[in-house]
Write a protein that binds this ligand. Structure first.
Ligand code: PEP
Ligand code: MG
Length: 315
């Protein structure tokens, strides 16, 4: 099966009833970008940009940052999307050149876009560097951990101002949906964002109020919990009202049990771990959208994650 999947890795993922699902990659650097292309990725759905900075003692200059984004974009080429997520540090991810005061609840503290808003010069330099790679790939900028509309509006303003200053056009602005508040107000966010990408890892931990890495609770942090699936459904409904697309870049996008459910809920882009790409494409070719929709409806009625998994395993 692995061999079949590899042979067709560069063909699109079209369901048996003719719907195309975009299959892109989660990456952390230029070398990942090159392997993503070899594995048949149609672009990058999540560049975790913090991975480029975690071992730096001082902040790289705008030029140095631009050089890295351009190298990654060149690995894709001008026709493919490259979604760069702005720095997602804080919480469990410290950044050496950005000392942060200790917090009692770091996962509920200054992390993700909250740092970018509180320290706008860091966000501004990164955004300029990303924008300068436009044309080398189809650049899209995505903000992590958006929880309120004013956060999105503040972060978006930075991109619009720097794009105007650089004379860069055509860069779409999207958000991660990984906080339940954002899913709940999806239709409002959809008026301000060009696209959504659901981070099921954080969305699950914040929905269930369970640390995704907790030694005792971690196993229960299941993206197939019906509460999480309801939030994904709400996200898609709100996006569709405004003609915006929804992808998934959390681990669920690479989970064969979750893939038919996500597609049935109306997700049209899956950003997968690089090695999973050929297999996810292969799986989708055997699915029909209408069957996935019927399945998603059934799944949304389940009382807990175990029942969802039991239902999906019997397919
Ligand atoms: C997520 O939360 O699902 C996600 C993709 O972001 P990260 O895993 O980098 O927090
Ligand atoms: Mg996350």
């Amino acid at each position: 099966r692995q061999k079949d999947a590899k042979a067709s890795a560069h063909d699109p993922a079209v369901t048996s009833d003719g719907h195309t699902i975009e299959i892109v990659a989660n990456i952390g650097n230029a070398s990942d970008a090159r392997s993503a292309m070899e594995y048949g990725a149609e672009g990058v759905g999540l560049l975790r940009s913090e991975f480029l900075y975690l071992d730096q003692a001082v902040e790289p200059t705008e030029d140095q940052q631009a050089q890295v984004y351009t190298e990654i974009a060149d690995a894709l080429g001008s026709e493919k999307p490259l979604i760069v997520r702005t720095l997602d540090v804080g919480g469990d991810k410290p950044l050496p050149y950005l000392p942060m005061p200790a917090e009692e609840n770091p996962f509920l503290g200054e992390r993700g876009i909250r740092i970018g808003i509180n320290r706008p010069s860091i966000l501004r330099r990164q955004v300029r560097a990303i924008l300068r790679a436009q044309g080398h790939a189809k650049i899209k900028i995505m903000f992590p951990m958006i929880a309120t509309l004013p956060e999105l509006i503040a972060a978006k303003k930075v991109v619009l101002e720097e794009a105007a200053d650089l004379g860069v056009t055509g860069v779409e602005i999207g958000i991660m949906v990984e906080v339940p508040s954002t899913a709940a107000l999806s239709s409002h966010f959809a008026q301000e964002a060009d696209f959504f990408s659901i981070g099921t890892n954080d969305l699950t931990q914040y929905t269930l109020a369970m640390d995704r890495g907790h030694p005792k609770l971690g196993w229960q942090v299941d993206a197939l919990d019906p509460a999480v699936l309801q939030l994904i459904y709400m996200t898609v409904q709100g996006a569709q009202e405004h003609g915006k697309w929804v992808g998934v870049c959390g681990g669920a996008a690479s989970d064969p049990l979750a893939v038919p459910v996500l597609i049935g809920l109306g997700v049209t882009e899956l950003s997968c771990s690089v090695p999973a790409i050929p297999l996810v494409k292969q799986q989708i070719r055997k699915l029909s959208l209408s069957d996935c929709q019927a399945l998603a409806k059934q799944v949304l009625e389940q009382p807990d994650a175990e029942s969802v998994r039991a239902l999906l395993s019997n397919q």
